[in-house]
Design a protein around this ligand. Sequence first.
Ligand SMILES: NC(=O)c1ccc[n+]([C@@H]2O[C@H](COP(=O)([O-])OP(=O)(O)OC[C@H]3O[C@@H](n4cnc5c(N)ncnc54)[C@H](O)[C@@H]3O)[C@@H](O)[C@H]2O)c1
Ligand SMILES: O=C(O)C[C@H](O)C(=O)O
Length: 344
Amino acid sequence: MQPNGDANQRIATISAHLNPRSLQMEESSGLQQVNCRAKGGSSGFRVAILGAAGGIGQPLAMLMKMNPLVSALHLYDVVNSPGVTADISHMDTGAVVRGFLGQNQLENALTGMDLVIIPAGVPRKPGMTRDDLFNINAGIVKTLCEGVAKCCPKAIVNLISNPVNSTVPIAAEVFKKAGTYDPKRLLGVTMLDVVRANTFVAEVLGTDPREVDVPVVGGHAGVTILPLLSQVKPPCSFTREETDYLTTRIQNGGTEVVEAYAAVRFADACLRGLRGDGGVVQCAFVASQVTELPFFASKVRLGRTGIEDIHPLGPLNEYERIGLDKAKKELASSIEKGVSFIKK
Ligand SMILES: NC(=O)c1ccc[n+]([C@@H]2O[C@H](COP(=O)([O-])OP(=O)(O)OC[C@H]3O[C@@H](n4cnc5c(N)ncnc54)[C@H](O)[C@@H]3O)[C@@H](O)[C@H]2O)c1
Ligand SMILES: O=C(O)C[C@H](O)C(=O)O
């Protein structure tokens, strides 16, 4: 898997030769494979991953290729997408996979997509906060969202690139500028916090994490990650010591491990919503009136039009009310930072 221009062209030639029907050729010749949009092997949704060659992007691509709701999978990156595409495309599952390399293929990658998942950008190194990524990732998200606004304005967007607390407001401003903003279709992925919370709470309770549901609200960084331990299902209670331990561990989970599993589960929930399944509810960072802030993570119900309902926070205990105040303070400045990045 050593992708470069030549390898790309070789893959193009081989793909076109072996299965010309699976490709929708553009008029122009050249690097045809990467310029071709996948037709889709079966009925299902068309999904693009932007940043598909990265640490999150690659396993995400593999797991989305295994998802029966996906008929076409577009893998876009500024490096290495041909090799990743070749690997993933050999999996014997329904979705047709196409690779797209570099800025001039962004539009082809995006055209016709139902769901766009964005894990593009730089990740944290030890000692960094997610906000330290702002300077690089803000510009990347801006450019990619301009592409979305132009080529698939009706797509659901799952924003993974950090700092999510600022990149979601950036995306919203880009879409507003383009006249395509639909707050129901823009979701910051905070599901990893829920997945971690379920796991850590189950550890403390000595139960199966699949049986546990912990709402995590606020945002996706440090104190803005607010697990509502008073609302855990099935109902249970924690000592003050357990509450401190769990809250701190959930808030700092990203320094332990970073993984794609939650992104896959969240994308699957969005697709099940688009299909019309009932009762699809997940936490996400979205435009919201749950608090006085313009964006906030809480439980949302996903449906055919994206977010169909945003759940209120429910009753909070004293510990959570103090946590909420801290979360809102930091969130307000992260949101403002994202908004003014576009407005400046
Ligand atoms: N929200 C979450 O729960 C969550 C979870 C994990 C990671 N993240 C964030 O996701 C991002 C990616 O993390 P990673 O570990 O995959 O990093 P990575 O460096 O392994 O991968 C990032 C990928 O993005 C690509 N990229 C860079 N600029 C691009 C551009 N302009 N267009 C398209 N692709 C571009 C890179 O080439 C690379 O392949 C980071 O910002 C990280 O903090 C968020
Ligand atoms: O923590 C990170 O930097 C990545 C991601 O946001 C996570 O929560 O794992």
